[in-house]
Design a protein around this ligand. Sequence first.
Ligand code: GLV
Ligand code: MN
Ligand code: MN
Ligand code: MN
Length: 417
Amino acid sequence: MAAPPNLIAAVDEARQWDRLMRMAQLGAIPGDGVNRPCLSPLDREARRLLIGWARELGLTVATDGLANLFLRHEGTDPDAAPVLTGSHMDSQPNGGRFDGIWGVLAGLEAVQAIREAGIATRRPIEVVAWTNEEGGRFAPGCMGSMAWSGFRPADSWDSVTDAAGTTFRAALEEHLAAEADLPRRPFGTPRPHAYVEAHIEQGPRLEAGGLDIGIVTGIQGSRWFTVEIHGRTDHAGTTPLGQRKDAVQDMLRAIAALNALTHDPADVLRFTVGRVEVFPNASNTVANLARFSIDLRHPDKDVLLKRGDAIPGVIQAALRGCTATVTETFHALPVTFRPEVPDAVERAAAAQGLKSLRMPSGAFHDAQFLVPLCPSGMIFVPCRDGVSHHPSEYSSPEQLARGTRVLAAALVELAGA
Ligand code: GLV
Ligand code: MN
Ligand code: MN
Ligand code: MN
């Protein structure tokens, strides 16, 4: 379906870029990056800015018990199930200016363009900012979308702490108190007709292929674990090696064994240890506790389950004197999107003369938790050198505007006349 030309013209590349750059100031770090932890004062400031823009546009704003934020553009049938679009506003600790926030601002720009083009859709369109997609401050990620969709109870992460020892529940309550003026909706309401999430690709395929748009077909599965190796502190200068319960050395043995378990010559299975903590963290004391994270991903459910289930046993077998506890903190099976949204995205890209590719997502996204609720999908745009979760992450104003034009057209199609 060809989008109305006035809609395409109404997507304002400079306005979208200006908003992105204003958001990028909130948590700016050297090298053009962003560190905006979820539920932090910076996150609140970013959300206030977004709410201000939404209200200027005439959208209504609501939140829920996990501080997910909804900006509503009314349809001609206010009772119709809305089309939902958005992403997240939190960043990685050493993150970029586009991961997450562009999907929220693309939703806002698309809705603004629809309004300015004078297009009336039957269904309402809502822009959502999901809480804590990254899992950078409080692990795991996607808490907001998991709770909203009913995938996990909303109190599942109450006792999860950040590096400073603040619990997720305490941070959430402080945040909700600061947004007490917003109406609070029950989770899962209103149930959406469809969900579309725009995001930078975070990989190299679109750029390498000279393509404009990724039509995302599904998302690979992820499992996260937290491993604690318990040993005993001892004097570094006097304790014979044979008498030690050295948590660091056993952690290294465990990671080496996990590298062997997860070795995949095809480089499809992805295994990452991204966080390591050692206690008491003193040069001349043998460590009594080493804690590390495991992030395991694969597009095939059976591989993900089999290799993931083997992790605790492989760790136990690698230890020489210490004990270990292994806790699974995140478990999301691979999803395949139903055709409705990918097809709408494909039609929108084709009608605008853009070059597109159907592709799976290696990163996880809130979209995967919407799959059981409604037809869902994602739009990717290229990013320079495929770099993401790094300050140098970059997509150009033109690349982002193309993605937003495709989003706007897909939203109009899905929201119906
Ligand atoms: C989300 O940011 C991911 O790690 O895939
Ligand atoms: Mn993201
Ligand atoms: Mn991310
Ligand atoms: Mn992500």
